[in-house]
Design a protein. Structure first.
Length: 79
């Protein structure tokens, strides 16, 4: 799944008032600081990870935490 597809899934799960957070996710995919998961996440897993991400101000730390959740979900689905 491409980063653009992942971002569209994310945008469909949340209201339009989340643009700063979603823009930071998009920029992180473009810059390579956020990698797409090896295995697809369920919409529920993705929604949970994004909810956690949105609960804090946008920062490098929150992007790192989101990245960790994407990797963690990929590993758990692989098993």
């Amino acid at each position: 799944m491409s980063p653009a597809t992942i971002l569209e899934r994310i945008r469909s799960l949340f209201t339009p008032d989340t643009s700063e957070h979603l823009d930071s996710i998009e920029n992180a995919f473009v810059e390579g600081t956020l990698k797409q998961p090896v295995r697809p996440m369920s919409d529920q897993e993705l929604a949970r990870a994004i909810r956690e991400f949105r609960s804090a101000p946008v920062s490098a730390w929150t992007l790192a935490k989101l990245s960790g959740r994407l990797v963690e979900a990929s590993r758990s689905r692989a098993n």
